[in-house]
Design a protein around this ligand. Sequence first.
Ligand SMILES: *[C@@H]1O[C@H](CO)[C@@H](O)[C@H](O)[C@H]1NC(C)=O
Ligand SMILES: *[C@@H]1O[C@H](CO)[C@@H](O)[C@H](O)[C@H]1NC(C)=O
Ligand SMILES: [Ca+2]
Length: 470
Amino acid sequence: MGHLSNFLLPLVLALAPGSNARACQPSARTFEAENAILTGTRVESTLSGYTGSGYVAGFDEGSDKITFNIPSSITKLHDLSIRYAGIYGEKRTTIVLNGGDNTEVFFPATETFSTVSAGQLLLKEGNNTVDIVNNWGWYLIDSITIKPSEPRAPHNINPSLNNPNAGVEATTLYKYLVSIYGKKILSGQQDLSWANWINTQIGKTPALVAVDLMDYSPSRVERGTVGNSVEDAITHHNNGGIISVLWHWNAPTGLYDTEERRWWSGFYTDATDFDIAATLANPSGANYTLIIRDIDAIAVQLKRLQSAGVPVLWRPLHEAEGGWFWWGAKGPEAAKQLWDLLYDRLTEYHGLNNLIWVWNSIEPEWYPGDSTVDILSADVYAQGNGPISVQYNQLVELGGDKKLIAAAEVGAAPLPDLLQAYEAHWLWFAVWGDTFINNAQWNSLEVLREVYDHDYVLTLDEIQGWRNTV
Ligand SMILES: *[C@@H]1O[C@H](CO)[C@@H](O)[C@H](O)[C@H]1NC(C)=O
Ligand SMILES: *[C@@H]1O[C@H](CO)[C@@H](O)[C@H](O)[C@H]1NC(C)=O
Ligand SMILES: [Ca+2]
């Protein structure tokens, strides 16, 4: 995990799938802001180009908002767009549905009124409220338009892995994953000990366990760490489970190791002056040699998994675009170059054919490219057990809907009814350990039971036999 952003509040939505499915729905409906309920905001008409009789301004305090009342004849997903003017530069607003579900919408700077697509809203049957709440403020709102969402088009997932020499374990796992994609989600948990904790609490075990190779990083081993996550991975594999591996790569050198920035924080940008861009620019330098040394050390661990017959959903260089880890600190070019180096060294030089390569950033400029990425993913820390559909849809776009998509780290397990309503077809979710999984603010036991007992969610007992996929 890395940086946290939590702006989602708990949401409670009554869902009646399929009810009145044939009832007549209007197509697009526009609601003028100046006719809505205004709280701390006011109608103006100085800037021309608005529709109706004006627009709403005056977003300058935290509680300032516009409330739209929106009736719906059925429970249905809708696309929301907002007509606004961002004449004071780029801004953000918060959209609140029925007093609960919260999403943030970005408003690019504009000189005139223009329309931005603002994600989806699951309107319930009856009356709904949609609030536009201040957030960064200083924007002008003309109107909103909602329209029933089209059903998601069929996915077009690549039938095979990029590595032509991928072993039978990896290719079988990939075929299995493709076969369930869009139909089910794999339950997952960071760390075997927390997967066992879930079993103790609710009697079900996650299908997927994610482990960290952090303590095998040479700059930690030098200081006495002893990794045990490979053993944990083999244990879960032998129980019929699926394994994902990430690597909090402690910088090979340049650790500050001060009171505030200890050596064991050495994967954070602010705990090291190690410069990945300068290192990659000088392949004959000593620091480049250290990078190779570290990759080779991690290859030893991945080979132990290969020897044990464990295919690995391999997710190195996670959250690169956040910049809080040193591999992302020097921008997208260095991160992509390091990804390519890892791919070549592990695949070609070390002959690791048990790896399925999972990329973990959303922004297009960070994407290393289709030929070295098998699966796309994102890490999302937002409370409320929502479907995180905004990030899902961004990843569909990033991969042209040809790549499987995973919620590789979440703070809150997504509620299956919402995943289905939003058609957010995450292949798996994995909740981070400790203060996330064992914390009712993020995941109450009631929610965990609902998730783990749901038909849409695959648990360890339900995936036995995946190795027989043909
Ligand atoms: C919806 O709101 C209208 C008034 O705006 C009210 O007459 C109606 O009863 C409400 N319907 C429901 C289902 O609450
Ligand atoms: C290698 O990295 C360390 C730590 O950032 C730095 O102090 C050193 O100057 C680098 N060496 C070279 C040759 O660039
Ligand atoms: Ca208007």
